[in-house]
Design a protein around this ligand. Sequence first.
Ligand code: NAD
Ligand code: UDP
Length: 330
Amino acid sequence: MKVLVTGGCGYIGSHTTVELLKEGYEVVIVDNLINSKRDVLDKIKKITNKSVTFYEIDLCDKEKLRDVFLKEEISAVIHFAGLKAVGESVEIPIRYYKNNLVSTLNLLECMQEFNVKKLVFSSSATVYGNPKTLPIKEDFPLSTTNPYGTTKLMIEEILKDLYHSDPTFDITILRYFNPIGADKSGLLGEDPNGIPNNLMPYILKVATGKLPVLNIFGDDYNTVDGTGVRDYIHVLDLAVGHVLSLKNQKTGLKIYNLGTGRGTSVLELVKKFESVNNIKVNYQITKRREGDIDACYASIDKAHEELGFTPRYTIEDMCLDSYNFIKNNN
Ligand code: NAD
Ligand code: UDP
């Protein structure tokens, strides 16, 4: 079975590609490398001993994308491609709407034309806004606070409308919580350019001496120690969640949270990182970051029951594997 992976050179897409290859799928990657590097392809080959077919294409270029569907016999699509930086999306919203929406619309048109009806889409816990209660279930109310989140919500709506108009589509929307960690080989992982927005990439910059100090955004939240609580999930578990979604016998339009169901505070994560890696992470408490919520963690009962999804990795594994990757790529 041949799977088209859009954004397959990126952080989650590359790990999922490895899992797909290990499970015997053929993989075609389309990526314009706007936020990734071509050498990821060699690393995937090193890990799996298998090759993928790669097209360096912008999904906003419909004709080039159409050529891929003409050439390859695609059976299913996993759609990761998109811009994902929350802060940047506030500064350049039109770019975010254009990239994330036009690419998805082009993809869906190609899928319709070539009768490819199976799709797994990368959504995000950000679509839950500020939840009233925890853990978060899939049927909680949806709202967003930034253009990035709004693109995810809009695409979810588009997919619901598409399914309504053509129930032969088989669509899985996966709402990721906070992916961290890296492949055990130390070859694949997340290492953003510049100053990272997200917590783990920032911790890694401080641990490797590239940035002097981690700013912890607020210690007066209504949480165990006052710092923000999130549901961190190992990217290897997330990758498995995608393969389970492809294998799922249940058809229709399905929505699943992918997290661990457990919350970890910023301070807890920093302390864990320090102890498992035996390294000091300089930090200071600063003021809250605008738009942040106290706590967010998933109910993963639905993914467990319907997909058989059970995360295997602990916070310790996530801290070890993230640091292992960054040490190898410094
Ligand atoms: P990433 O930036 O590492 O990967 C995205 C890939 O898509 C990159 O390789 C980029 O070059 C490519 N891309 C972007 N626009 C493209 C276009 N128009 N045409 C072709 N390729 C394009 O991001 P990631 O962390 O791997 O995230 C994958 C998906 O999961 C994204 O849709 C993201 O919004 C979503 N998501 C990520 C997180 C997270 O914390 N990492 C959380 C929730 C949801
Ligand atoms: N955070 C922090 N310092 C940073 C980055 C993040 O204290 O440099 C905190 C943030 O306030 C939140 C948690 O870490 O409580 C996770 O933030 P991240 O941006 O990684 O994920 P998100 O907020 O999108 O869930």
